[in-house]
Design a protein around this ligand. Structure first.
Ligand SMILES: Nc1ncnc2c1ncn2[C@@H]1O[C@H](COP(=O)(O)OP(=O)(O)OP(=O)(O)O)[C@@H](O)[C@H]1O
Ligand SMILES: [Mg+2]
Length: 254
């Protein structure tokens, strides 16, 4: 099976100005030498504490941020330098963010984003109907997005993320802030994406969700990978993934 994501010794530093007249510079190692690969068709999880470096990693993978060092390949191309080869074939959604137009309906939002990808009319309308069905928004597709619940907005964001028929969908905290039923519906949508053979890389703070969805995952702590494997491998004898997670995180912070 081919690797669609290959990350080797990836590092990213941020420099922050501090103190009097902001003259003092402080360097933060947000991602500190991580390596992992993702196979086509996998749902792969990035887990870790707040500030661990998950979003920074996703930003590098989606060509939005240049690595400080290391190799970051998506679909066989470097994310920095060959980004034009990657961008049409991937998409991403950031949880909680308003990535859709509230004054447009779901259908019109999707038409708008389809136009950005220059889809022809026939293909566009067909794909929009398929995606609306996939994310269970068909009944409300012509209502303005401002009348939607948070869960519906999140599903519309996924719909937007599917408009270019991406081979890989990156999702940063897709179920953040959703009630249990909303989160359940969203997980169902993610399972459907897996059935379609798409690759999904997601971050989440909900460990049962990661266990339910992910084929494999890495746990990142302070920019470094502290565990990698299937949920069972990561549990490694612990009763729950949460127990294993706490052990791993506390083990490295003391
Ligand atoms: N633009 C930036 N400038 C300076 N430091 C940053 C910037 N973005 C992130 N950082 C720092 O990099 C580190 C990693 O942040 P990142 O957002 O990748 O973490 P995260 O794992 O996504 O956390 P969360 O779970 O809270 O979303 C943190 O210490 C953060 O403060
Ligand atoms: Mg984040």
């Amino acid at each position: 099976m081919d690797n669609v994501i290959e990350v080797k010794n990836l590092r990213r530093e941020y420099t922050r100005s501090q103190g009097f007249l902001r003259r003092k510079k402080q360097t933060v190692k947000a991602v500190d030498g991580i390596s992992f690969s993702v196979k086509r068709g996998e749902i792969f999880g990035l887990l870790g504490q707040n500030g661990a470096g998950k979003t920074t990693t996703i930003k590098m993978l989606t060509t939005l941020l240049a690595p400080t060092e290391g190799s970051c390949k998506v679909l066989g191309f470097e994310t920095f330098g060959e980004e034009k080869r990657i961008r049409p074939r991937i998409n991403f959604i950031f949880g909680g963010e308003m990535g859709v137009y509230r004054r447009l309906s779901a259908r019109d939002n999707l038409r708008y984003f389809a136009n950005l990808y220059l889809l022809d009319r026939k293909c566009k309308e067909k794909r929009i109907e398929e995606i609306l069905t996939l994310v269970d928004l068909k009944d409300r597709a012509d209502d303005l997005a401002e009348t939607y619940s948070k869960g519906m907005i999140q599903r519309l964001q996924i719909a937007r993320g599917l408009i270019n028929d991406p081979e890989i969908l990156f999702m940063d905290e897709p179920t953040v802030g959703l009630d249990p039923l909303g989160a359940r519906m969203l997980r169902d949508v993610i399972c459907r994406l897996r059935e379609q053979g798409r690759t999904v890389l997601l971050t989440t703070h909900y460990l049962p969700e990661a266990e339910e969805l992910c084929n494999r995952m890495v746990i990142i702590n302070r920019g470094k990978i502290v565990a990698a494997g299937t949920p069972e491998e990561i549990k490694n004898g612990s009763e729950t993934l949460e127990d294993a997670y706490v052990r791993l995180i506390e083990g490295v912070s003391v």
